[in-house]
Write a protein that binds this ligand. Structure first.
Ligand code: NDP
Length: 462
């Protein structure tokens, strides 16, 4: 029998890779993990975590404003970007330390190096030039921002990676894209006082979300002063004489800004990884196709997380890693469950969503009931905010099963986490109706909408 240096070698120290490596090591397997940048991956180092810290920072001006209606006089406020960056970096350092510690404590060997495949079981560590072998390999190298190389001047633009490390806060920014990252950063920069323009190619932002959420958020953002240009794309970006940027749009309009940020999706990090040398098939976008157990076409090589381009979300990568460990090291074949994944857009207001949009449900089911409430939350009565909250429950009219819940408003992300448990349990609208309200809360609307607002029959609204 062949003998290897390791039972498992993990390439990539992000959410999926670290979880797979740590748990496998804690089961007594000889594990090594290699990361070329920083442990924690996109989520911890330049994604979800620093983004959420920025979101908090950007919310304060609204809090200061809202306080007046409750009798508070808040003195003159000012914002210091370097303080936010320094404190954020300290927190990210702490979290990276915890990731390393978790791996070390479990007995995994933590390697700071780029790793590339040089054979089916062979991995080259670029930092030392050493080649090691492993019985099994997990590729969890994640993704990176689409650089949009066809855009003249793309090299003058930043992505979310650089947005976390700007030397100074721009006075004006233009952001391309209409997905999670573009929308979240538009809200962050606007909240921090930056003149913000969002440029999106489609008819309405957040193309994969329920229409009410998309339109409701668009209106709320526009009311705050974020300029949103739909059916627009940049045709070129150039430097101006005074060291600013001129972004020209497809209709000839020009935006003069300090930064242009591209948030046009992410690409799998598979270039020069040596996948061909190991015989691993790669898809058209560079993604690694896998079977229901996250196994590539090579039986001892697995791929987890964003590199597989299934669902690009941290908890999904972690879940895929846990399923990998169950399948491979616990003799319990477990395939990841990608159904009913709740998700949030950390805009202001937030979107929290789980399950099918109204539009998808109307296409898929003969009879659909929609329960919808749009209201001004209680806090807004004294704060004077005009922001509305929207809650919507999409129900299958034939068996009363709840197909989707969508919330636009404060803390929608927190709410939808709990709702996801109910939907995962297969709840019906009658379960919502039987549930006592918590009063006074905004979420009590979810259990007090007794009559459908409207219905669909065979795809037609009635
Ligand atoms: P998204 O897929 O969410 O959005 C990409 C956007 O870019 C879409 O609006 C898309 O338009 C647009 N786009 C793509 N290509 C072009 C092009 N050539 N020209 C013009 N527009 C283009 O990707 P993000 O980069 O925002 O985020 C990446 C992933 O990270 C997300 O899918 C999400 O899974 C994850 N994420 C999750 C967050 C969360 O959970 N809160 C936060 C941030 C990221 P169209 O819609 O028309 O295709």
């Amino acid at each position: 029998m062949a003998s290897y240096d390791y039972d498992l070698f993990v390439i990539g120290g992000g959410s999926g890779g670290v979880r797979a490596g740590r748990v496998a090591a804690s089961l007594g397997k000889k594990v090594a993990i290699a990361e070329e940048y920083r442990y924690g991956g996109t989520c911890v180092i330049r994604g979800c975590v620093p983004k959420k810290l920025f979101v908090y920072a950007s919310q304060f001006p609204e809090h200061f404003h809202d306080a007046a209606g409750f009798g508070w006089r808040v003195g003159e406020s000012s914002f210091d970007w370097p303080t936010l960056i320094a404190n954020k970096d300290k927190e990210i350092d702490r979290l990276e330390g915890l990731y390393r510690k978790g791996l070390n404590n479990a007995g995994a060997e933590v390697i700071d190096s780029r790793a590339e495949l040089v054979g089916p079981h062979e991995i080259l560590l670029k930092a030392t030039g050493k080649t090691v072998t492993a019985e099994r390999i997990v590729v969890a190298v994640g993704g990176r921002p689409n650089p949009h190389e066809s855009l003249p001047g793309h090299e003058l633009c930043i992505s979310s990676n650089e947005a976390f490390h700007l030397d100074k806060l721009p006075k004006a920014i233009a952001i391309a894209g209409g997905g999670y990252i573009a929308v979240e950063f538009a809200n962050i920069f606007h909240g921090l006082g930056v003149e913000t323009t969002l440029v999106y190619r489609g008819k309405e932002i957040l193309s994969r979300f329920d229409r009410d959420m998309r339109e409701g958020l668009h209106k709320a953002m526009a009311d705050k002063g974020i300029r949103i240009l739909c059916q627009s794309v940049f045709s070129k970006v150039e430097k101006t004489e005074d060291d600013r940027l001129k972004a020209t749009l497809n209709d000839g309009d020009e935006l003069i800004v300090d930064q242009v940020m591209l948030a046009l999706g992410r690409m799998p990090n598979t270039e020069n990884l040596g996948l061909d040398k190991a015989g691993v098939t790669v898809g058209k976008k560079g993604e690694i196709p896998v079977d229901a157990y996250s196994c590539t076409n090579v039986p001892h090589i697995y791929a987890l997380g964003d590199v597989t381009d299934r669902v690009q979300l941290t908890p999904v990568a972690i879940h895929e890693a846990m399923c990998f460990v169950e399948t491979v090291y616990k003799d319990n074949p477990t395939s990841p469950d990608h159904d009913l994944i709740a998700t949030a857009v950390f805009s202001q207001p937030e979107i929290g969503t789980v399950g099918m949009s109204e539009e998808d449900a109307a296409q898929k089911f003969d009879a659909v009931e929609v329960y919808r409430a749009e209201f001004r939350p209680m806090k807004a009565t004294l704060s004077g905010s005009t922001e509305k909250m929207i809650m919507k429950i999409v129900v299958n009219g034939s068996d009363r099963k709840v197909l989707g819940v969508h919330i636009l408003g404060h803390d929608a992300g927190e709410l939808v986490q709990v709702l996801a448990i109910a939907l995962k349990s297969g709840c019906t609208k009658d379960d919502f109706d039987r549930t006592m309200a918590v009063h006074p809360t905004a979420s009590e609307e979810l259990v007090t909408m007794y009559q459908p607002s409207y219905r669909y029959k065979n795809g037609e609204k009635v």
